[in-house]
Design a protein around this ligand. Structure first.
Ligand SMILES: Nc1ncnc2c1ncn2[C@@H]1O[C@H](COP(=O)(O)OP(=O)(O)OP(=O)(O)O)[C@@H](O)[C@H]1O
Ligand SMILES: [Mg+2]
Length: 335
């Protein structure tokens, strides 16, 4: 859609193209009025798809420069489904400063929205994550984020999300995929094993699905909804889980991250992937039941919860789990 950036007429004076365009017409006008680089300019808005939690647009301004505007879903914060919006904004700024994330052009917490650098590249699809050329490149990009980003102001561990989602599910009496609660004790054993050889926390993305990774010649990691200071092996393990990596592929990712193979951290990355998938299944239970307006129209959040749980159950029931727990605990004597 095309919209003049005069706040009185922006978006509203133009033909509306979709339900999202109609829902966000007034926020578009607010962004156009509040963002210094957009104010007074003729703007074209084009929705970007692939996100499940927020609604994102590419905006072209007269003169040809492009930006991304991410309208943040307040309910994701209100229900504790993601980190607080203030932390999300601060962490997106930090990741952008590292050169790995999109640079923040302007933060608009009152809308709430972010105006971001437009990354002129390709968003990855799930099969890309396991491509032999991409595994080491993504592993090194994770390392770059961890090393180059300034410290993030919050600490984010998967166990906090897990506890919060379990509490939310109880509070709202939400139905879960069958069997998921029965396996919680095994997840708690994984949690205990992961505490033994923990690494110092680094600025982490914590949500490395394909749609949050772009290639513009460099690997760019976007979307800091779950970000914060975390054990570096969480990002590696979350990537491995999202890409459904086999053990050799997880080793390749870890080796790209560290520069050499580390069996303890390889096992820890594998276990973090399992814990992440369990927790994200519960996240989708919450998003399915609690978000008033689905940010991704037509997306089946319940199906996402179920398929993530099916993946996790297979890993929890697999004979390789116990050796992984033992390997992740190796050399630690703190029990
Ligand atoms: N800075 C950017 N430059 C170019 N494209 C972008 C940019 N930011 C986002 N996109 C595109 O928009 C899509 C959705 O953005 P984003 O991942 O931020 O949304 P989200 O709703 O937070 O996603 P999620 O479901 O992972 O929470 C991305 O997958 C990507 O294709
Ligand atoms: Mg995303």
């Amino acid at each position: 859609m095309t919209a003049a950036s005069d706040p009185g007429t922006a978006a509203a004076s133009q033909p509306v193209a979709s339900a999202a365009d109609r829902r966000f017409a007034s926020q578009m006008a607010q962004v156009a009025a509040a963002a210094g680089l957009l104010r007074g300019r003729r703007l074209e808005w084009r929705q970007l798809f692939g996100g499940l939690a927020h609604v994102t647009y590419a905006v072209s301004a007269d003169g040809g420069d492009r930006y991304v505007v991410k309208f943040l879903t307040q309910e994701m914060d209100d229900f504790g489904l993601m980190i607080p919006i203030g932390d999300l904004i601060a962490n997106t700024v930090a990741a952008g400063a590292s050169g790995v994330g999109a640079r923040v052009v302007q933060s608009l917490p009152d809308i709430p929205a972010l105006v971001l650098e437009y990354i002129d590249g390709r968003t990855l699809d799930t099969p890309d994550l396991a491509r032999p050329d991409y595994i080491p490149r993504i592993g090194r990009a994770i390392r770059d984020l961890h090393v180059k980003a300034p410290p993030m102001r919050n600490t984010t561990v998967i166990w906090k999300f897990l506890d919060d989602y379990l509490a939310l599910i109880d509070q709202h009496a939400l139905a879960c995929p069958p069997g998921i609660r029965d396996w919680l004790p095994t997840i708690r054993r994984i949690q205990a094993a992961l505490a033994l050889n923990a690494l110092p926390a680094v600025p982490s993305n914590n949500d490395l699905l394909a749609k949050n990774i772009m290639d513009d010649g460099r690997i760019r990691i976007i979307d800091y909804d779950f970000s914060g200071m975390n054990d570096p092996m969480f990002d590696v393990g979350d990537l491995a889980m999202e890409g459904d990596y086999d053990p050799d592929q997880i080793r390749t990712a870890c080796t790209a991250y560290f520069g050499s193979h580390d069996p303890v951290q390889y096992a820890r990355a594998s276990l973090f992937g399992i814990a992440a998938q369990y927790t994200w299944s519960l996240l989708f239970v919450g998003m399915n039941a609690l978000l008033t307006d689905s940010p991704a129209e037509g997306f089946d959040y319940w199906q996402e919860a179920s398929s993530r749980w099916d993946w996790t159950r297979a890993r929890l029931a697999d004979p390789s789990l116990e050796p992984l727990i033992a390997a992740a605990s190796a050399g630690a004597h703190s029990q």
